[in-house]
Every structure is written in C-alpha cells, then in structure tokens.
Design a protein around this ligand. Structure first.
Ligand code: C2E
Ligand code: MG
Ligand code: MG
Ligand code: MG
Length: 279
C-alpha cells in the first residue's frame, strides 16, 4: 500500500501482512525469553460438583509480559505450538501444577491441558511419569485435558499414549466437546473419564433453545457411554440450575470462580496463609 504525500513523494506503508509477520517475530522472540526468564505463570480455576462443592482446579497458563502485561494463552499457545516451544512450556505447566497440588492439605484433583504437539513429539509418558515422581503427586489426582486435535493425525500413537497414561492412574478428559468436526466418533474410540461441554453451548443456554437441546443430547450420550460431564463456562445461577436438573455432574466457570493465582484460593483449599508464606 502506498500513499501519495506532499511534494509528489510516495511513501510506502507496511502492509497489514508485514505488520502481522513482524509482530509474530517479536512475540516469538519474547516468548523464547519468557520461558527462560520465568515470565510464565499458572493460574488455577476451581471445578465443582453441581452443589458447589470444590473437587479440584484446572491449571491455566498465563504470560506475564514485561510491557504487555498478562497475556492470555490464546495469544501465545498457537505460536508456541508452531515452533515446538510448547513442549517446554507444557512440561513446565505440568510440573508447576503437580508441585502446587502436592502441597495442598486436601487431596483435590488438578487438571492440566495438553497440546496435540506434546503427543506427537517428545516422550510425554516419560516426562509425566518423571514429574509425578519428582513432585510426589498421586497419579490419581492428576487429570489431563485433551482436545480432539490430539486424535487427529497419528491416531494410533495418540490412542496408545492415552491408554498408557490411563494405566498410570491418570484421568483423561475430553475438552471443548462439541466444537470439533468429529467429536462424536472419538467417543467410541476411547473411554474418557470426563467430557467437558464447550463453553459456547453453556453461554447460549438462555438465548438459544437449540443450545439447551444440544446440552441435553451431549449429557444423554455421555451418560449412555458412562462418562461424567463437566460444563464449562457456567456464569449464572440459571445455567447451573438447568445443568443440575439435566443431571450434569460437574461445572466450572465464573459462577464458582475465575482463574486466579493459587493464593486467591488458599482459604478454600484450607491452606494457612501465614504458615505457608514463612515455611
Ligand atoms: P480451556 O482448556 O477450554 O480452558 C477454559 C477457558 O475458559 C479458560 O480460558 C478459562 O479462563 C475460560 N473460562 C472458564 N470459565 C469461564 C466463564 O465462566 N466465562 C468465560 N467467558 N470464560 C471462562 P483461558 O485461561 O484463556 O485458556 C484458553 C485456552 O488456552 C484453554 O481452553 C486451553 O485450550 C488453552 N490453555 C490454557 N493453558 C494451557 C496450557 O497450559 N497448555 C495448553 N496446551 N493449552 C492451554
Ligand atoms: Mg481445559
Ligand atoms: Mg475447554
Ligand atoms: Mg478451549
């Protein structure tokens, strides 16, 4: 794109594509540094039964960028996946989450998201096993969340890995259920311990009657296959009440609590703040 200026000069402006490319290069440079300089954080969001009883937390990564502030994962995970940095980041999140959970006075569960890239490259089973040994967290307290992206590609390899993780005692949850192209067919290929209905269906519960029907259908399908369901993105009491009536087992969302640094939930976990801080 060029723009004609004053004395007949033509100035060229960066095209939008150039700018995007440059931004990405900058971000990638920063991200590499972030991993080395400990700028990543793990936030924790509570997961509860329909009566509000807390059963655990999902670990959600954040990037505390020196100038941009807290950057959400959607803005850097895809980039990290493209260049393999996600392997390192994923391991770090897993270690942080397990270490944190191992220190809680109650045996609450901790859920960690795994990227498809972590299934394709590296030795995921070995690194998870190593982290469990290192942190002392019981495998039965760890849940890994995968999306159908994990099963696209080398399906046999992914399935094999999931089976081995399950054999260690780790639970496997299918995340963002209903948003993919072939979610349904994956349900028959692996006995997931949990199905997480995507937030988009929950947030539309009141506005679109179709969403309510989809949620009902997912619940009935999952239950027929003996898989409990977690509703994501529950924000209102009306949504919670609907889900409870429809026999949904668990929920997660702003109604119960936002993703926060773990200190925010110390009371809830039963951690004595003073003792922990000065231990
Ligand atoms: P997800 O695993 O489906 O995580 C749930 C997302 O929904 C989180 O966004 C959470 O903050 C948001 N959420 C939860 N309850 C509510 C609600 O009531 N209302 C609304 N509006 N949003 C809610 P977040 O933390 O930005 O993470 C986005 C995605 O990034 C995650 O989706 C997950 O796919 C990915 N992600 C996060 N941490 C990691 C990680 O450590 N590794 C990998 N591979 N992916 C991660
Ligand atoms: Mg998740
Ligand atoms: Mg999700
Ligand atoms: Mg998601």
């Amino acid at each position: 794109r060029a723009k004609r200026e004053g004395r007949g000069r033509v100035r060229f402006f960066e095209s939008e594509m150039d700018r995007e490319l440059r931004d990405r290069r900058l971000l990638l440079h920063d991200l590499r540094q972030a991993v080395e300089q400990n700028e990543l954080l793990v936030y924790f969001q509570p997961q509860a039964r329909m009566n509000g009883e807390i059963i655990g937390f999902e670990a959600l990564v954040r990037w505390n960028h020196p100038t941009r502030g807290i950057v959400p994962p959607d803005q850097f995970i895809p980039l990290a996946e493209e260049n393999g940095l996600i392997i390192q980041i994923g391991e770090w999140v897993l270690r942080e989450a397990c270490r944190e959970a191992a220190s809680w006075p109650r045996p609450l569960q901790v859920a960690v998201n795994l990227s498809p890239v972590q299934f394709q490259a590296g030795d995921l089973e070995r690194s998870i096993h190593q982290i469990l040994l290192e942190t002392g967290l019981a495998p039965t307290r760890l849940e890994v969340e995968i999306t159908e992206g994990v099963l696209i590609g080398d399906f046999a390899r992914a399935l094999n890995l999931l089976r081995r993780l399950k054999a260690l005692g780790i639970r496997i949850a299918m995340d963002d259920f209903g948003t993919g192209y072939s979610s349904l067919s994956y349900l028959q290929s692996f006995p997931f311990d949990k199905i997480k209905i995507d937030r988009s269906f929950i947030s539309n519960l009141e506005a679109t009657p179709e969403s309510a029907e989809i949620v009902r259908a997912v619940l009935s399908l999952a239950h027929a296959l003996h898989m409990p369901v977690v509703a994501e993105g529950v924000e209102t009491e009306a949504q919670r009440a609907f889900l409870e009536r429809e026999a949904c087992e668990e929920m997660q969302g702003y109604l119960i609590g936002r993703p926060e640094p773990i200190e925010h939930y110390f009371d809830l976990i039963g951690i004595n703040v003073e003792r922990r801080r000065y231990a």
